[in-house]
Structure formats: structure tokens, C-alpha cells
Design a protein. Structure first.
Length: 459
């Protein structure tokens, strides 16, 4: 009996050893996996792979498109780069100036001599004041403002015809908020020709500004701003929209249409100061609002300084703007929405130390967000200087857009694009080549120095 038990035990051991010898080692057999087991003979479905995110595609474009992390030698008080930078890529549209430098400034500072940022105030101010209310000029007529008067805007002042403003003229907004806010509104079909010079800029400020340098650049929201409304294409339904802040029963507040070459006139060497008063429900007027403005309009050498809301905001249209400075504004420096498809060059943003949000807040559509035409503006030679907080650029709501040969300095975060579950979003614009950053310089971005810290995706 004892012999039989021993034989049984020996047989059991032999079978166990044989079974163990026949069993194949299991594990991950894919060499591409991060947990690959070279000794495994049989795959057990345990393979794990490196995360492949859409953010990787966007961050890889940082170096592929010639962007760099280097010190350009610019600051809030020194806009001209002190360090040599390589030349960027050349623009293809003839509207752009083909320059060899990056950022909004070459060897000289075009803000000198005429901006409040540079300390300019007129040496004398006329004592003759003319109050402006309601309709400035009717359709088919022309009104001219001259520099021997100071014009006081009282409430919403609408231009229906042609308004000409002489160089050196001063326009002031009276105190008021809501529907009583002072603003100059160029209605759709009307024109403004306000052409200052580097020695005699046209100044828009508030009534209490003595223009002697005593008002702080942190003084904001004292009057409204300038609103120009055109007949160019929007992507919002039904294609004509009421500009925010103007009552819906006021037809002169409408903008949009189908004329992308629409001409609303010319503004040049204009300083817009201390604006952005509250027009209700926490909404403030932008320093310069461009609603459905067409490519026939000329906008260059414009300063928006110490505005409570955005510096410049584009609502649709195809406006083309050069040499634009926004400084010390309370919200975003440059903002676009509703399918804006214009061109910009030599844009400069300088944030205040005490306020400000993004350098660029870029939205595509409203209702619906996927409406066409998509927002795909092209900007060359921008310089955006932050205060160490906020983000340099945000693309969302299906916005596209391009920045070339630009400088972004002193922000908490770099650039982010929105990726939603929908088929069409800002990340899809990037995939389709309608959202790109190329030849740009980033410096002192708190999020980090690596591409995946500078170029990110949000959901």
C-alpha cells in the first residue's frame, strides 16, 4: 500500500513538471508597446502603448513651422527688439509690407510722437466746445469737424452720411453709461475720414481729461468708444446683426451683408483713450469696434489705450489694419468673432501691470459655431507683451487664423486651441491648415519652454 502511494506521488510530480514545461510564457509580444516582454511566447492582450494625443500634432508644429524660444529683447517700455532675430517667412498677399524683421517694429518705433503710450498730449486745447447729440450727419450729406473746436459726444452719436475730421481735432465723450454712454457710431453705408498726422493726431478721450498728462493710464471706462459698421460678410444667421450695446429697435446699429469690398472710409493717426463704459449687463464698449467692415476701408496708425474692455474687436468682415497699438486695456487686446477673415500687420499689445486678459481672444462663430465662412484671418509682425498673467493666444469656437513672424513675451501661458467632440472645431482648423503659427518667437512664458508647454489643446 505504501509503495502504491509513493508511485502515485512520483507520477503527480512528473505530470506537474511536464505541464509546466509545456506551458508557454504569456505577456506582451508587441515590440512597439511600452511593456514589451522579450521572453513572452504568447500574447495575453496586456500591451500598453504610448499615449498619442492631438496635442502632440500641434506641439510638433512649433519647430516644424520655424517657431523658436529665444529672447527678442523687448519689454513694455522697449518695443524695438534689442537682440538679433532671424528673418521670417515672406507674405504672399501684396497688401502686406514685405519686411525682414520679426515683431511689429524694425529699427524704429512707430508709436513715437503721437501716442499717449509715448506721452503725447497737445500743447494747447481749444476752449470752443460743440456738443454733438443724436444724428451727426444724415445720409447723402457731409459734416466736417475742425481742430479749432473741441467736440463733445453726448450719448450715441450716429453718422449716416460722410464725416470728415481734420488732423489735430479733439473729440471728448460725455459721462454716461448704458444707453447714455457716449460713442461715435459710423452706420452701415456711412463713411468716416479722420486722418491725423504724426505731429497732429486726432484724439478721442473723455470730457474730464485735461490732456495735460495728469490722467493715469489706469483710468478706464470714462466714455464709450468708436464703432464702425459695414456691409461685409458675417457667418452668423441671418447675415445681418445688431452690434452689442445698441437697442435692437435702432436700425443704425446693424452690420453685415454681402459686400466684402465695402468702404467705410479712412482712419489714421487716431488715439482712443480711457474708453469702455458699461452699456448694461456688464458689457463694455471696445475701444475700436469693427462690425462687418470691408476691405475697402483704410485703418492704420491707431492707438487704443486704457480701455475698460477689449482694445480692438472684429465682428466678421474682412477689415485690413496696420500699425495698431492697444495698451493697458482691461480685457483682451485683440478679439475677433463671427467669421472674421481680414488681414493685419504690425499689431502691438502692451498689457497693464494691474489688468488685462489675453493678447488675442479668437472665436470663430456664434450661432451656429460651425457656420461659414470660417474665421481665418492672417496676421504678420505682431508683438504681444503681457504682464506675466493670462494667455498669449486662444483659438476657440471653430476659429482658425494665422500668426507669422510675431513676438510673444511675458505671458503665463502660450497658445491653446479648442478641441471639442464635434466634427468642426479649432483643432480641425489646425488639421486643415487654416490655423497656423509660423516663424514666431516666444519668451518668458511661465508654462515652460518646451513646445508641448507653449502649444496646448483645451477641451
Amino acid at each position: 500500500m505504501k509503495l502504491n502511494k509513493n508511485l502515485g506521488f512520483i507520477l503527480f510530480l512528473a505530470l506537474t513538471v511536464t505541464f509546466a514545461a509545456c506551458k508557454k510564457e504569456e505577456g506582451c509580444t508587441d515590440s512597439a508597446a511600452i511593456n514589451y516582454n522579450s521572453d513572452a511566447e504568447e500574447d495575453d492582450d496586456s500591451c500598453e502603448y504610448p499615449a498619442v494625443s492631438q496635442e502632440t500634432d500641434f506641439s510638433l508644429s512649433f519647430e516644424e513651422n520655424g517657431n523658436s524660444h529665444e529672447d527678442p529683447g523687448v519689454s513694455a517700455t522697449n518695443l524695438v527688439p534689442s537682440n538679433a532675430l532671424s528673418a521670417g517667412n515672406a507674405p504672399t498677399d501684396n497688401w502686406f509690407d514685405d519686411v525682414t524683421y520679426k515683431g511689429a517694429f524694425g529699427s524704429s518705433d512707430w508709436t513715437n510722437g503721437w501716442t499717449l503710450y509715448d506721452g503725447y498730449n497737445p500743447t494747447s486745447v481749444s476752449t470752443t466746445e460743440i456738443e454733438i447729440t443724436g444724428t451727426v450727419v444724415t445720409s447723402g450729406s457731409t459734416e466736417s469737424w475742425t481742430n479749432d473746436n473741441v467736440y463733445i459726444l453726448n450719448g450715441f452719436c450716429f453718422v449716416e452720411g460722410a464725416l470728415n475730421i481734420q488732423e489735430g481735432t479733439i473729440i471728448k465723450g460725455a459721462e454716461g453709461s448704458g444707453e447714455d454712454a457716449a460713442a461715435l457710431i459710423i452706420a452701415r453705408g456711412a463713411t468716416i475720414n479722420a486722418i491725423g498726422t504724426v505731429t497732429q493726431p486726432i484724439i478721442f478721450t473723455y470730457e474730464g481729461d485735461p490732456l495735460d498728462g495728469s490722467i493715469s493710464t489706469s483710468t478706464r471706462g470714462e466714455w464709450g468708444g468708436i464703432i464702425i459698421l459695414g456691409a461685409a460678410t458675417l457667418n452668423s444667421s441671418p447675415g445681418v446683426t445688431q452690434i452689442e450695446g445698441i437697442p435692437t429697435n435702432e436700425p443704425r446699429g446693424e452690420y453685415g451683408g454681402n459686400d466684402d469690398s465695402d468702404n467705410s472710409g479712412t482712419i489714421a493717426y487716431i488715439s482712443i483713450r480711457h474708453g469702455g463704459s458699461d452699456i448694461g449687463a456688464g458689457n463694455e464698449i471696445n475701444g475700436l469696434t469693427l462690425g462687418g467692415v470691408g476691405s475697402g476701408t483704410t485703418i492704420e496708425y491707431v492707438e487704443v489705450i486704457a480701455n475698460e474692455d477689449d482694445g480692438v474687436e472684429f465682428f466678421g468682415g474682412v477689415a485690413r489694419t496696420k500699425h495698431i497699438l492697444t495698451a493697458y486695456c482691461g480685457d483682451d487686446s485683440f478679439d475677433y468673432d463671427e467669421g472674421f477673415r481680414g488681414l493685419g500687420q504690425f499689431w502691438c499689445a502692451v498689457q497693464a501691470s494691474d489688468d488685462g486678459d489675453r493678447g488675442g481672444e479668437h472665436d470663430g462663430g456664434t450661432e451656429p459655431e460651425t457656420a461659414t465662412p470660417y474665421a481665418t484671418p492672417v496676421v504678420f509682425n505682431a508683438t504681444y507683451i503681457g504682464n506675466g498673467e493670462g494667455r498669449a493666444l486662444t483659438f476657440r469656437d471653430n476659429a482658425g487664423g494665422q500668426y507669422h513672424n510675431s513676438i510673444f513675451v511675458n505671458w503665463a501661458k502660450g497658445v491653446d486651441i479648442e478641441n471639442l467632440d464635434s466634427e468642426q472645431d479649432s483643432y480641425k482648423q489646425f488639421q486643415d491648415g487654416e490655423l497656423a503659427l509660423a516663424g514666431d518667437v516666444f519668451w518668458n512664458i511661465a508654462a515652460g519652454t518646451e513646445p508641448n508647454a507653449l502649444f496646448t489643446i483645451s477641451e
